[in-house]
Design a protein around this ligand. Structure first.
Ligand SMILES: [Zn+2]
Length: 143
C-alpha cells in the first residue's frame, strides 16, 4: 500500500466510526450501563443521593420506586425537592444495594432479552414491563 492508500483507508475507517457514533444508540442497555446506587447518611437518616438520576435513567416514577424501597424496608421515608430518596432510619448500604439489585431484576430487566430499557405500566391492579428493545410484555408483582 502506498502512503496515499493508507491515508485513504484510515479516513474511511474514521468516517465509518464517526457515522456509527452519530447514530442513535440501540435501546438495549446492559447491567454495566446502569448507575450504582449512592448512599449517604444524614443524622439518623439514609439518603440516596442519586435516586432521581437512577429513576430518570431507568424510566421509573420516583414515587413508585420509593414505594418499593419503603415497603420492602418497612420504613417511612420521603422524596426531597430534587426527587432524591430519604429513608427515615439508618439502613445498611448493603441492604439498600441488594434491594436495588432485586428491583432491577424484577421491575426493570426484560426477562426475554435482558435489556434494561423497559417501561413499567399499570392497568388497574396489574403491573407489567414493556421492553423497548424487543417489545416483550412481562407481568410483574404489583408495587
Ligand atoms: Zn426485551
Amino acid at each position: 500500500m502506498s502512503d496515499k492508500e493508507i491515508i485513504m483507508l484510515y479516513n474511511y475507517e474514521w468516517m465509518l466510526e464517526r457515522l456509527y457514533s452519530m447514530l442513535p444508540p440501540r435501546l438495549s442497555s446492559r447491567a454495566y450501563d446502569i448507575p450504582s446506587i449512592e448512599i449517604d447518611y444524614i443524622g439518623e437518616h439514609t439518603y440516596v443521593r442519586n435516586f432521581a438520576q437512577i429513576c430518570e435513567r431507568l424510566r421509573r416514577d420516583p414515587r413508585i420506586t420509593m414505594r418499593y424501597f419503603l415497603k420492602e424496608l418497612g420504613k417511612p421515608g420521603a422524596l426531597d425537592d430534587r426527587n432524591n430518596l430519604i429513608i427515615y432510619g439508618a439502613i445498611k448500604a448493603q441492604t439498600i444495594r441488594e434491594l436495588y439489585n432485586r428491583f432491577l431484576e424484577t421491575y426493570v430487566k426484560c426477562p426475554t432479552c435482558g435489556s434494561y430499557d423497559t417501561e413499567l405500566h399499570r392497568e388497574g391492579k396489574v403491573y407489567y414491563i414493556r421492553c423497548l428493545a424487543c417489545g416483550a410484555v412481562s407481568y410483574v408483582k404489583p408495587i
